[in-house]
Design a binder for this molecule. Structure first.
Ligand code: ZN
Length: 251
């Protein structure tokens, strides 16, 4: 955490910005300077996925979609940050958040494992962070989500969570203006044997793809594309320079 009394990041104003830290971790910075971070990652004693500690990221509020190690490093939030990991409505400054409870995809879902999708709305733009949710949710979940402009969706070529046709069906049902892939293999940041793959085969099927040169993008309600675009973020350099995590001898 910053200890410089002259820097109060929560009072800064600027464009609405989304920054990617790898896996499912994103930071929103609203026009009023409110910062929200989703799904910081960690390793588990029996799982070595991440080669680096989750970096220091400023935030006023952390959101955790579900209690799997690759999403729930609550201990990596700054000291003063709040944390939400339950469904419900929450508003602060120029950010409205709605947590919608559903079910994890795949095998965890068959056992009823809960996942919270977070809808974040600020500056006239609504985002949906899917967490690791299943794609075939019931109608009341659809109504709770409502309309969205930006979909952050799990996609990788191993189909670890969703099949490519499920991702496409989500895009068709939700009609977002922008789709942001997440939860895929990132060489250098993740071990080679996570089982995840990059999302390139799926990306190659998409008609409009924009590869961002950096880790951040700014958004304005007036400048959303008229046809759905896939935006591929580069993970923040901070994620690659964070302290290395040793692989345990037994893994
Ligand atoms: Zn996950």
């Amino acid at each position: 955490m910053s200890t410089n009394p002259d820097s109060n990041p929560t009072n800064s104003t600027g464009p609405l910005t989304l920054t990617y830290y790898g896996h499912s971790a994103f930071q929103w910075q609203t026009e009023a300077g409110f910062k929200v971070l989703t799904d910081p990652y960690r390793n588990r004693s029996d799982r070595y996925w991440f080669t680096r500690q989750f970096p220091d990221v400023e935030c006023d509020l952390g959101l955790i979609t579900h209690a799997h190690f690759d999403h729930d490093a609550a201990e990596r939030l700054p000291e003063g940050a709040s944390l939400i990991r339950i469904p419900g409505e929450f508003a602060n400054r120029d950010m409205q958040i709605r947590g919608v409870q559903d079910i994890h995809s795949g095998r965890s879902g068959l056992q009823g494992f809960v996942n919270i999708m977070f809808r974040l709305e600020t500056g006239g733009i609504s985002f949906l962070h899917l967490g690791d949710n299943r794609a075939d949710w019931p109608g009341d979940v659809t109504r709770a989500i409502g309309e969205i402009d930006v979909l952050l969706v799990t996609v990788d070529d191993s189909n670890h969570l969703l099949q490519p046709e499920e991702v496409d069906s989500l895009i068709e049902r939700l009609s977002p203006k922008i789709v942001v892939p997440m939860h895929y293999q990132i060489p250098g940041l993740m071990a080679d044997d996570t089982g995840l793959e990059p999302p390139e085969s799926w990306i190659a099927t998409q008609p409009r793809v924009k590869r961002l040169v950096g880790e951040s993008a700014t958004f304005s309600a007036q400048e959303l594309p008229s046809q759905t675009e896939v935006w591929v973020f580069q993970p923040s350099p901070a994620s690659f320079t964070s302290p290395a995590l040793e692989r345990p001898d037994n893994l």
